[in-house]
Design a protein around this ligand. Sequence first.
Ligand code: NAD
Ligand code: APR
Length: 249
Amino acid sequence: MPERDAGDLLRDAERIVVFTGAGMSAESGVPTFRDALTGLWQRFDAQALATPEAFEADPALVWGWYEWRRAEVELVWPNAGHRAVATIAAHTPDTLVITQNVDDLHERAGTTRIVHLHGSLFAPRCSACGHAAAVSELPAEGGRIPPPACADCGDDVRPGVVWFGEPLPADALSAATEAASDCDLLLTIGTSGLVHPAAEIPYMAARAGAAVIQINPEPTPIDSVATINLRGPAAQILPDLVCKAWGDR
Ligand code: NAD
Ligand code: APR
């Protein structure tokens, strides 16, 4: 029996998890975190921007930085990789996207079943009472922007993303671990697999007997559990994979 290729695995799967990281949005022009030179953490100090302490020390600096990142996302479009993920879900309804990304590109490509493990740039909330806040007008430029005041308690509104040192949203993490342990195929796309606990997801799926297909131009620790490694950019590989599986793009 010839070894089943990635297209066969995708077509035959009944319960699919699509696990994505910053590389999923790279071809839309959204910078990743750790790519050499272009990664956000190569150009900015994650500790000065992406921790609760940083926000406590200088709310305007942190709020302004995340609003600039949201403005960047609003200016770009989902790429062919995001659209291919939506096509996968159209063919296989029991498909869940588990993303570490805080952008809304999966949503704008038409995917509806999504778990945001690290929150979203589009879900600001009060830093004190947790009340959901309205998304502000886009800033005209980057720089320090004093955060809005919570409509309920008046305290500072914060970005709705998970910072270093913070726990992941419990409901998101339990939905993700449940799906990873029950799927028969996991696609891991555009993540370095460096940041835990999110990075555990592909290993959970492999331990539960799922096939794991990795799409990434670079090797990652996830290579060790990948059934198939597709080396290359997501926006090229994913449409070809969907075409192999179902003949459509
Ligand atoms: P952590 O402190 O354990 O950091 C783990 C990884 O984060 C490190 O291995 C490194 O890859 C990266 N990291 C930490 N400090 C860094 C720095 N100064 N420069 C570059 N990279 C750095 O992460 P954590 O405390 O467990 O964070 C909790 C969760 O919050 C994690 O899952 C993380 O992915 C997430 N997070 C989200 C954002 C965001 O903007 N959405 C930013 C930071 C962290
Ligand atoms: N297609 C697929 N993968 C790509 C592409 C592309 N076009 N371009 C880059 N990549 C890969 C890189 O090789 C790298 O392995 O995407 C990965 C991006 O890794 P990171 O920048 O570390 O992003 P991510 O894995 O999502 O980071 C995890 O860390 O800072 C925290 O919360 C933040 O969610 C983030 C988490």
